[in-house]
Unconditional design. Sequence first.
Length: 487
Amino acid sequence: RPSVVWFRQDLRIADNPALHRAASSGRRLICVYIHEDDDPAVEGMPSPRKPGGAARWWLHHALAALDQDLRAIGGHLLYLKGPAAVELDRLIDRTGADCVLVNRVYDPEGAARDRMLTERLAARGVRLLSHNALLLHEPWTVRTRTGGPYQVFTPFWRAARALGQVPAPLPAPAQIDMAGTAPAGVPLAAFGLAPVIDWAGGIARDWTPGSADGRRRLGDFLDRHLPDYKSDRDHPGADITSRLSPHLRFGEIGPRTIWHAVHHRIEAEGLSGPARASAQGFLGELGWREFSYHLLHHFPHLPTRNLKHQFDAFPWRDDPAGLAAWQRGLTGYPIVDAGMRQLWQTGWMHNRVRMVTASFLVKHLMIYWATGEAWFWDTLVDADPASNTASWQWVAGTGADAAPYFRIFNPVLQGERFDADGRYVRRFVPELARLPDRFLHKPWTAPASVLTAAGVTLGTTYPHPIVDHAHARDRALAAFAGLRATT
Ligand code: FAD
């Protein structure tokens, strides 16, 4: 009898434990992706959060790329549309499959659904076998001395590293045999993921979804930037980070592949001193990704509720005009605006600037972090159920091991420190490009003659700051002090 390989957040053929195991069994396979977008879930069965706009664009192209990769080894990807439980039932009826292989997901809805599906399928004699493709270590294997979850990164990462060797990535199957009984499915276009209007032009210029480009980016990063990662990673204009995040998000490349590739470089090139520390620093960022999934697994309300409950009483502001200015990159703070425009134009934002823009929303505008999280969810190609929510809670001060609320980024100083030569701001806020460096991150301090010479008219070609930094800081700190007094 054939086996079903159900792809979800693991859109690759190499280092894919579910596919590897199914192919090694010698059985015929049905490789399937089930799109659930607009269909109501089966009663009582949770449905994972729908991808946002940028992620939908990515997913469309990632699925097409996976289909190509499967075709190269004798298979193809069957597209089904509808509630997963119903579509799996139908597929099993039609093909007589007695086994469904998956790689695990960790979002609360997806994980709960897998548990229910395991029982539902078992009742009809079909096994659901799950594997780990998404993480270096399962979230429940990293435990404190008392057996509980970690809430602080450094000891978490120390414990994760002490778990021992990360298993080597599995090779892609050389050949798979598809079951002839599989239905035709629907065309990929029927998922409606690709935009009808080409709003995604900027995204398409920067990105090529699929495993091949993920591997290319990894190789490129290791060749060109790994030794300087630690010193340059915080500078958005240098743009030397790996940009692997969307490929990791959709499972086009696995963390084990990255882990072993980095270790191979460390050993093969005998990296030592700062270059070795740089490589370890990069692995530590994969650690933050693991930590986010650890938190999501142990605190499933992470996407919807403050981990620090005292923030439930915080006087968040309702400020539609401020929110719109933030979303459109028109706050009057160049580093914030550059970040928000990079996000809108390219579906991605540099990590340092994610921190600055998120902090601005939560602290300068005092808008609840979930509002910003939802915007990032819709606009990031790497929008991730764990990293996005954990990072927003981290910035807001409401999360585990979070930056304290009272530490408020000054967007001018952040710009001057991390974009000193203005390369980043000039690229994304071109109307300020001709301002001299010393005024670039605070155009309102420039003399009128300098503004005129640079072609800048504040309030016309570029906004005045929508909120004064010192005032916003005092307001946020007063609200925080009030909260501490009452909780
Ligand atoms: P690199 O610096 O090359 O790092 C390599 C990989 O490590 C990344 O691809 C990513 O998978 C992981 N990583 C790096 N930094 C972090 C981090 N702080 N937390 C978790 N994982 C990390 N990352 C996402 O993948 N998806 C998100 O939705 C997301 N939302 C964020 C929201 C906010 C407010 C903030 C502050 C950060 C967010 N991040 C998110 C984390 C981080 O900004 C991105 O992972 C990183 O910028 C991706 O670029 P890169 O691949 O070049 O990273």
